[in-house]
Ligand binder design. Structure first.
Ligand SMILES: Nc1ncnc2c1ncn2[C@@H]1O[C@H](COP(=O)(O)OP(=O)(O)OP(=O)(O)O)[C@@H](O)[C@H]1O
Ligand SMILES: [Mg+2]
Length: 266
C-alpha cells in the first residue's frame, strides 16, 4: 500500500453554537486524488482550510507526509515550509490575485518568497507553459484574462512552490462547462506528471467522478461514507449519498421527490 500523503484524524471546529466539523477522519494516498462532496454547509471548506493551515481546529490532527501540522507554526520559516507542503485553489481567482500586479510579476513574487536564491525568470516561463499560457498572459493584468485563464494562473502559482498536496475548493464551479473540462484535463495531466496529491472539494458529482479516485461524503460536519469513486457513486451505501445523486437534475427529475426523501432522512 502506498504511504499516506495526508492523514486527518478527529478534526473538530465549532463557530459558537455551530459545529462546522465534527470528528472528521480520512487519509489520502501519495499521489492520489480524493474528492469531498456534500451539500452546502456540510463542513467541506472548513475541513479544507484546516488542512491548508488557514484555520485552526479545536481538536484533531493533520499530517502531511508524516509531519504534524496541527501545532502552532514556529515562526516564518515554518509557515513558509507549511505553505509549500499544501497549496489551496479557490473558486474565485479574482480574490486570490492582486488586480494591480501583472501575472508574470505575481509568479516571480511567489518564487522569490520561497526560493530567494534562484533566478525566477526561466521558471516563470516554464510554469506558464505548464498551464497552457505564455508571454502575452505574463504581461497582462488579471482583469485582462478570462476566468479560465485566471484559474490557470492560480494553478501555476500553486505549482510554483512544488507542493505535496493541492486543495481545490470548488475551483471549477464558476467556469463554463467547456472551460471546466479544459481545466480538469489540465489538472489530470499535472497530477500524472508531478505526483502531487489532490483534495478536490465540489458539490458537482460529475466533476468529482472525473478527478477523484476516492470520495468522502460529508453531512453536517461528519463523514457519512467513503470509498472508491466508482463504488460510492455507482452503489451508494448511505441514504444521504443516494439523495445527493438523486439531486442532480436530469430528464424526469422531480424536486418534490427529493424534498420528501430529505424529510425521511431527518
Ligand atoms: N468563519 C465562520 N464563522 C461562523 N460560521 C462559520 C464560519 N465558517 C463556516 N461556518 C459555518 O460552518 C458550517 C460549515 O461551513 P463550510 O463553509 O465548511 O461548509 P461547505 O460544506 O464548504 O459549504 P458550501 O458548499 O456552501 O461551500 C456552516 O454552517 C457555516 O455557516
Ligand atoms: Mg465551501
Amino acid at each position: 500500500m502506498a504511504e499516506d500523503l495526508l492523514a486527518v484524524s478527529g478534526l473538530r471546529r465549532s463557530y459558537g453554537a455551530v459545529t462546522a466539523v465534527d470528528d472528521v477522519s480520512f487519509t489520502l494516498a501519495e499521489g492520489g486524488s480524493l474528492g469531498i462532496v456534500g451539500e452546502s454547509g456540510s463542513g467541506k471548506t472548513t475541513t479544507a482550510r484546516i488542512i491548508a493551515g488557514l484555520e485552526r481546529a479545536d481538536a484533531g490532527r493533520v499530517e502531511v507526509a508524516g509531519r504534524d501540522r496541527s501545532a502552532r507554526s514556529r515562526g516564518r520559516a515554518d509557515r513558509l515550509r507549511r505553505a509549500r507542503e499544501v497549496q489551496m485553489v479557490f473558486q474565485d481567482p479574482f480574490l486570490s490575485l492582486d488586480p494591480r500586479v501583472p501575472i508574470g510579476a505575481a509568479l516571480r513574487e511567489t518564487l522569490r518568497l520561497h526560493f530567494p536564491r534562484t533566478d525566477p525568470a526561466l521558471r516563470v516561463a516554464e510554469l506558464l507553459d505548464e498551464v497552457g499560457l505564455g508571454g502575452r498572459e505574463a504581461a497582462a493584468l488579471p482583469r485582462h484574462l478570462s476566468g479560465g485563464q485566471r484559474q490557470r494562473v492560480v494553478i501555476a502559482r500553486a505549482l510554483a512552490v512544488r507542493p505535496r498536496l493541492i486543495v481545490f475548493d470548488e475551483a471549477v464551479a464558476a467556469l463554463d462547462v467547456s472551460v471546466q473540462a479544459q481545466i480538469l484535463g489540465l489538472l489530470a495531466g499535472i497530477r500524472a506528471e508531478t505526483g502531487i496529491g489532490f483534495l478536490f472539494i465540489t458539490h458537482d458529482l460529475g466533476v468529482v467522478r472525473s478527478v477523484a479516485d476516492e470520495i468522502v461524503v460529508m453531512r453536517r460536519g461528519a463523514v457519512v461514507e467513503r470509498g472508491p469513486t466508482e463504488s460510492v457513486l455507482g452503489a451508494p451505501g448511505h441514504p444521504y449519498t443516494r439523495l445527493l445523486l438523486d439531486s442532480v437534475p436530469r430528464p424526469g427529475w422531480d424536486p418534490r421527490r427529493i424534498a420528501e426523501a430529505r424529510r425521511c432522512l431527518d
